[in-house]
Write a protein that binds this ligand. Structure first.
Ligand SMILES: Cc1ncc(COP(=O)(O)O)c(C=O)c1O
Length: 372
């Protein structure tokens, strides 16, 4: 078992001060690296002012407003209303309630092999019985589509409240949606009055080279769900929509969704600093070049395929034994990689976005040596 006692940038350090390069950002959280000085300053500054206030709308919680203001600069006009919570799963739960309340419908369509979280509602959208079966009964009226299968778009009809989809399906091994598939879903949603919800919990906050992955497609969701890197390393989640949609959970009943710590001031301050850091250092511009470098260097007879977009890459090997052996050899050599929930033949690479060209060369050399 490894234990890390401190961290800085892309490095984690054990008790003997041996450095390990974090190639998974724990997972897709530390996008601007560990212990980022701007984030630390923001956290300390906020803790000195206040750490908690009631968040049910009675008071203005300034760090929430500041984080929302920063995000609105980079989001389209229909995604300007924010509900901050504590985690990705909770943000998905809130979004599930929002779409039902707004449409007055209860049917939800999700994708096979999606991962939306571990609470009962989010788990209901997990098609794999191995993970969800033991916790039944879960939510009724959830239907599944096959990812990137145009025929399965027929699953969406006039009784569907929403379609939940990750634009790059994460746990099957970073599989991007095709443009045609997302376009067909968007059109069917428009036709049937169904809301389109993008789960960008893992793809968001710069991971693919855009602030959110939907920007790679000519498609805008009705509801956007974010978490993980949104807090710059601190726990936070959000669902984001138009104010018209968001207003539907304001009343009848009042307090349609509440959570004591949602949008915690310290987490919002950290998140705001993290997003500002991404733009101040123009990190998004460097991501596709870094992706190209990974793809160019990771050539080996044992690598069957590399999929993903930006710094969200999956390396396909022959089988799980090969994946496990490579993971172990990598960590022994000071590089942390990981596997995927539903695709055990693939190695996960999702480093902090701040990783440099030289560091990419170093880690690729280690991965190739570990494969030999
Ligand atoms: C795409 C996606 N959705 C939802 C979640 C759940 O987020 P959390 O673990 O913060 O509850 C995750 C977490 O891995 C995720 O990757």
């Amino acid at each position: 078992m490894y234990e890390f006692v401190r961290s800085e940038g892309i490095y984690l350090y054990d008790e003997e001060d041996k450095a390990y390069i974090d190639l998974i950002s724990g997972i897709a959280v530390n996008n601007i690296g560990h212990c980022n000085p701007d984030v630390i300053k923001a956290i300390k500054g906020q803790v000195d002012k206040y750490s908690h206030q009631m968040v049910y709308g009675e008071y203005v919680v300034h760090p929430q407003v500041e984080l929302a203001k920063t995000l609105t600069q980079y989001l389209p006009s229909n995604l300007q209303s924010f509900y901050f919570l504590n985690s990705g799963s909770e943000a998905i739960e809130g979004a599930m309630k929002l779409v039902k309340k707004y449409t007055g419908r209860s049917k939800i369509v999700a994708m096979r092999n999606a991962y939306h979280g571990s609470t009962s509602g989010s788990l209901s959208m997990m098609s794999d019985e191995y993970y969800s079966g033991a916790f039944k009964p879960l939510l009724p009226n959830i239907y599944f589509m096959d990812y990137n299968d145009l025929d399965s778009v027929d699953t969406i009809d006039k009784s569907t409240a929403a379609v939940f989809i990750e634009p790059i399906q994460a746990e099957i091994g970073y599989l991007p949606a095709t443009h045609e598939f997302l376009k067909a879903i968007r059109e069917k949603c428009n036709k049937t009055g169904t809301l389109l919800v993008f789960d960008e919990i893992q793809t968001g906050i710069g991971r693919t080279g855009k602030l959110f992955a939907f920007e790679h497609y000519d498609i805008i969701p009705d509801v956007l769900v974010s978490a993980k890197a949104l807090g710059g390393g601190m726990p936070i989640g959000a669902f984001i929509s138009s104010s018209e949609i968001m207003k539907s959970i304001e009343d009848n009943p009042i307090l349609g969704h509440i959570t004591t710590f949602g949008g915690h001031p310290v987490c919002c301050a950290a998140g705001n600093a993290a997003i500002k850091y991404i733009y101040k250092h123009e990190l998004l511009n460097s991501i596709s070049k870094k992706e190209d470098l990974f793809r160019a260097l990771l050539v080996h007879p044992k690598i069957k395929k590399i999929s993903g977009i930006g710094l969200m890459l999956s390396i396909e090997l022959d089988n799980f034994e090969e994946v496990e052996r490579t993971m172990k050899r990598c960590i022994d050599r000071g590089v942390i990689v990981d596997w995927f929930l539903y695709n055990t033949n693939c190695l996960r690479i999702s480093p902090p976005l701040i990783i440099t060209k030289t560091e990419i060369q170093t880690v690729c050399k280690t991965i190739l040596e570990s494969l030999d």
